[in-house]
Design a protein around this ligand. Sequence first.
Ligand code: TRP
Length: 341
Amino acid sequence: MEQTPAAPRERRKIIFSAIQPTGVFTLGNYIGAVRNWPPLQKDYDCLYCVADLHAITVRQDPATLRRNTLEAYALLMACGLDPEKSILFIQSHNPDHAQGAWVLNCYTQFGELSRMTQFKDKSARYADNINAGLFTYPTLMAADILLYQTNFVPVGEDQRQHLEITRDIAGRFNGVYGPTLTVPEAFIPKAEKGARIMSLQDPTRKMSKSDPNPKGLVSILDEPGVILKKFRSAVTDSEARVAAGPGKEGIANLMGIYSVFTGKDFAAIQEEFAGKGYGDFKTAVGETVIQALEPVQRRYKELMADKAYLEDCYRRGAQQAARLSHRTLEKMYKRVGFLHA
Ligand code: TRP
């Protein structure tokens, strides 16, 4: 990273990530991503935003988008992100993102955007609305990241290619104008490795918000009774032996979830349930999940009951974010030759 001579030596590394406001996170999002973020607040300067600008690349109902945005923001906080420690904001509240994205658009090639797998997937899925925003989605994401001189981006596998293009864009801009933008790296917290949560109804597919079978996914706001029912009807196998192995993806998935919340490894879990049926095991997993989510659900309810506090948090977050992004945007403007306003 390029450091200006004036930068204090103890400056902490910067982490940036964002989530789209497209509905409540699943247990998979929670285990694989969001749960790992709060501990980072101790050692890094973290910024997290709700990516509402990205959300409108597919058609949204305005009232639903508004509600989902506030809910996503409250969920981040309920999962342990603390507005006193991190900068938590809503993407559209900081206009620098749109402005930065415009500049970066001009340093991004048509060809490279055309090769993005997410663009190809989404333009097939939403064939009647292949809008320019869907195409330039990666340059907005690059702006999100680069405006904060981000060092690390915690992202899942599906966002890898977006991070790669962000690195390419930053490198290209720096190549033309000299060091301006920090080239970010993917960040995979240790705990995240192996914690890929699969659908409870089809353990060969990732648990997803858009699972066609709602019994396949657990939302982190599901009521305890609902959670228990979903675990009890999880697809397993006919062997009745709590162990991982070929053809036992369903059980392995449940063991993975149980392991995350109890800290027990697979051998210990196998021992704990030796001689017991799947019914007992599924109930135990369900109850463990209920217990783990209880504080998140409680905090979420408290936050949603105090809109004034949430408003205060996201306004302050946007101001803090803008203060940082503005420095980078000004540098970029200067580099490309915009006359000082
Ligand atoms: N595209 C990401 C997703 O759908 C969300 C996102 C937007 C993001 N901007 C970002 C993630 C910047 C990491 C960094 O999951």
